[in-house]
Design a protein around this ligand. Structure first.
Ligand SMILES: [Zn+2]
Length: 436
């Protein structure tokens, strides 16, 4: 600690603080508090590398407050920190982070249900299950049995955490019903999990908080966020970066998720968005680098080289392990990276001849067309089922069979949300050939 203070005072370059993805590494990393350091890196990866954080400070603060309330009844000495992510999958990570997916929030019906999901993840942190999954043995049958046991334990523990915090434990069964869509071999069967938590929670009341959750969800993006990439007419528009890529008449375009794949003659072009600090690091690893400034930003082309400088300190090894999971082109790939203020676009260029890259600033109309659907809360006009009301001006997201009283909130979207890739009936559906 003293060393850093001296360095800062003298401004010595020689004792420059180590950096990770454009930020100085915090005290836990320097003090070798591996768990806390990993948590910080996970957070940095999500925001600065993957551009995958869902930025809504108010909503994050609300979810964090629910975690704070649950944590007081847990055995944890550090309260887990909530991160909101703009992709599927809610999970706990090493370093006490709980990554809450926007699509998970979208499916929940009350604060108690949200607390149930958070309590389950908190139980994984209490049980150090996240450490087991990162450093544990490879997935074999024994591992899967252990994993399923951990899930059953986390469900059971969640019921207790809910009750201690004053939440209705019966919400846990509903939360699982709402959130679990597909079965996987790492979890016990969905019906079995729900039956188990329902039998544990039977007859135990507590705070439900539908109004509270809905009030905080109002305005949240729902469905796929088209600002990360959407085809509009003859262009692939990335409103998040304010740019558009012009498609040629004979291009074979496959636009699935936030990924653009264009086949133009014998050339292939794959484009995706990255965080600016991570893109800058990748630029630094390019061979035969050719950089030129354009009106859109700095474009650097080159070939991805194998990293030669190996840092074999514990921190260096950790960084390598975590970075290997970030989105990046393969060694030997030819790429062009366009740096913008908010993030960067990386284009992997396949085939013998590089296609011409036609970029321009996105038009105001394209930016407006890329606006995502958002949650809008309507209110019931009278008592009855939601189906009997005419409350939503956009699209109903709530359960049509749910009984409401006049004035109760109803979850709607202000327009039809775009389907997420998992909801699409196969990637081929997204492949279109332009005919003119
Ligand atoms: Zn779990």
């Amino acid at each position: 600690m003293i060393r850093w203070a001296v360095c800062a005072l003298l401004g010595l370059a020689a004792c420059a603080r180590p950096h990770y993805l454009g930020a100085a590494v915090p005290e836990p990393c320097r003090a070798r508090d591996i768990d806390a350091c990993l948590g910080w890196m996970v957070e940095r990866d999500l925001a600065a590398a993957e551009l995958g954080a869902y930025e809504d400070a108010e909503l994050r603060g609300y979810v964090q407050a629910v975690v704070d309330r649950l944590a007081r009844g847990s055995s944890l000495t550090r309260t887990p920190r909530v991160l909101l992510a703009d992709r599927d999958g809610t999970y706990a990570t090493v370093g006490g982070r709980i990554v809450v997916a926007r699509p998970t929030l979208e499916k929940l019906g009350s604060e108690a249900e949200l607390a149930g999901i958070l309590a389950h993840e908190m139980a994984h942190i209490e049980g150090k299950h996240t450490v087991a999954s990162l450093f544990g043995p490879h997935p074999d049958e024994d591992w899967l049995v252990m994993r399923r046991d951990a899930e059953a334990i986390a469900d059971e523990r969640a019921i207790l955490l809910l009750e201690t915090a004053g939440y209705a434990p019966v919400a846990m069964g509903r939360a699982l019903r709402n959130v679990l869509t597909v079965e996987d071999e790492e979890h016990p069967a969905k019906d079995l999990r729900i039956a188990r938590v329902e039998s544990l929670a039977v007859g135990r009341g507590g705070f439900e908080g539908r109004d509270e959750l809905y009030a905080h969800l109002a305005g949240m993006v729902v469905g796929r966020d088209p600002r990360a990439g959407i085809r509009i007419g003859d262009a692939w528009v990335i409103a998040a970066l304010g740019i558009a890529f012009e498609l040629a008449p004979d291009d074979l375009v496959r636009a699935a998720d936030d990924l653009l794949v264009v086949r133009r003659g014998t050339a292939t072009l794959t484009g995706y968005v990255l965080g600016a600090p991570w893109a800058r690091e990748l630029v630094g690893t390019l061979e035969d680098r050719d950089a030129h400034r354009t009106t859109l930003g700095l474009v650097t082309a080159g070939t991805v080289a194998r990293r030669t400088a190996r840092d074999d300190s514990p921190l260096g090894k950790l960084q390598r392990a975590i970075r290997s999971g970030l989105p990046q082109p393969a060694v030997g790939a030819r790429v062009a990276i366009l740096e913008r203020r908010r993030g960067a676009l990386i284009l992997e260029l396949g085939g013998r001849r590089s296609p011409e890259l036609n970029f321009r600033v996105a038009t105001p109309t394209e930016i407006a067309t890329s606006e995502p659907a958002r949650i809008a809360i309507a209110h019931a006009q009278r008592s009855g089922t939601i189906a009997s009301q005419d409350a939503c001006r956009g699209v109903l997201l709530d359960d049509p069979q749910r009984m409401v009283r006049a004035g109760d909130p109803i979850k709607c979207a202000d327009r039809a949300p775009l389907a997420r890739p998992a909801d699409e009936s196969g990637a081929e559906a997204a492949e279109t050939r332009r005919d003119e």
